[in-house]
Ligand binder design. Sequence first.
Ligand SMILES: Nc1ncnc2c1ncn2[C@@H]1O[C@H](COP(=O)(O)OP(=O)(O)OP(=O)(O)O)[C@@H](O)[C@H]1O
Ligand SMILES: [Mg+2]
Length: 221
Amino acid sequence: MLELKGLKKTYKQGRTSINAVDGLDLRIDDGELVAIVGPSGSGKTTLLQLISGLDRPSSGTIHLDDIELTSLSERRLTKVRGESIGFVFQQFNLIPTMTASENVQAAMAPFGLKAAERKERAQSLLAEVGLEDRAGHLPTQMSGGEQQRVAIARALSNDPKLVFADEPTGNLDSETGAEIIELLSNLSKERGQTVIIVTHDTAVAEATPRIVRMKDGKLSL
Ligand SMILES: Nc1ncnc2c1ncn2[C@@H]1O[C@H](COP(=O)(O)OP(=O)(O)OP(=O)(O)O)[C@@H](O)[C@H]1O
Ligand SMILES: [Mg+2]
């Protein structure tokens, strides 16, 4: 369970300040698939950064089960993030000189697995996203949709409780984008993972069971 209470992030820029997230209350249950939508600048990315502990809120609390994230030290927060959260980005962010398998394996570096175990695990994750026969391909040798699947396999390497995807279909055509959303949705069902997708795409949002709308840092109807 993820629960946000009175979450607020104020950015100060000279004499002006911007409430990028402005007193937000939100509860997301385990295994939910949620789309966060809203106009540019409404605070979606800021919200994801706060929940994932990449940025600290100005006030408010974030409970991930019984852990209150804002009270953790930087060290503990990094540990929670490494163990519990997976990220998928609009630009895929794969390492261009590494194959699909190596990209997924690189994310397992902190787990202390043997090389053979890493390789086997990467292969099984790639199979889960439908890419068992692309393990040896470099990012430039794959389509955008395939690269995003590799990025999803990489995000799953720590078997995270939460998966965050910020505009995961932003660089894909609508059909490929729909396939990526279906994949995220199936993973959420099969693995019981909570998946939070930030999107501008109304078709993407409509394919998810729950839509959270943001405007000016607040929830809107
Ligand atoms: N590091 C920062 N310093 C100052 N202001 C910031 C910073 N990051 C974001 N902002 C401001 O906070 C507001 C929310 O930004 P955010 O990136 O969260 O929006 P968004 O909903 O993700 O937009 P988009 O759909 O364009 O990605 C914007 O007004 C932005 O200018
Ligand atoms: Mg954004």
